[in-house]
Ligand binder design. Structure first.
Ligand code: FES
Ligand code: FES
Length: 153
């Protein structure tokens, strides 16, 4: 069945079963491989995207549940003001180690900052607790979020 999706501002028509997870449409159908597969069970955050600005685990989000919601992925988050600040801070603080989890980390951090310009440590912990990093980059993630929050705008 054909589904119409708006992803990063572009319209896409995809012909897949309705229960196909958004993650696999992004990666396998559309070739947008910045969004990663980790657990497939909403436990790690590697697959995080935004649906209408809200953090969403694409591995458990079926295509037929998306409707008219706008999808934003790591490929375009740098075009948003907060996403740009987060990415700049990530580079400045050299946050990634292996990098595998970092698309999801940046998507969660960007959503946090978009809704809360001055997050406390507790706010950061709450927003980021669903994003697992096996390399243990948590301290740098926290510092980068704080730096992005202090970067004005
Ligand atoms: S792959 Fe979606 S939360 Fe782990
Ligand atoms: S940087 Fe390696 S899993 Fe997070």
């Amino acid at each position: 069945m054909a589904f119409q999706l708006t992803i990063n501002g572009d319209r896409h028509s995809v012909d897949v079963d309705g229960d196909t997870p958004l993650l696999w449409v992004l990666r396998d159908v559309l070739g947008m491989t910045g969004t990663k597969f980790g657990c497939g069970m909403a436990l790690c955050g590697a697959c995080t995207v935004h649906l209408d600005g809200t953090v969403t685990r694409s591995c458990i989000t079926s295509i037929d549940s998306i409707g008219d919601s706008k999808v934003t992925t790591i490929e375009a988050i740098g075009k948003t003001p907060t996403g740009k600040k987060i990415q700049d801070a990530w580079v400045d603080r050299q946050v990634p180690q292996c990098g595998y989890c970092q698309s999801g980390q940046i998507m969660s951090a960007s959503a946090l900052l978009a809704g809360n310009a001055r997050p406390t440590d507790s706010d950061i912990d709450d927003a980021m607790s669903g994003n697992i990093c096996r390399c243990g980059t948590y301290d740098r993630i926290r510092e980068a979020i704080k730096q992005a929050a202090q970067s004005g705008g």
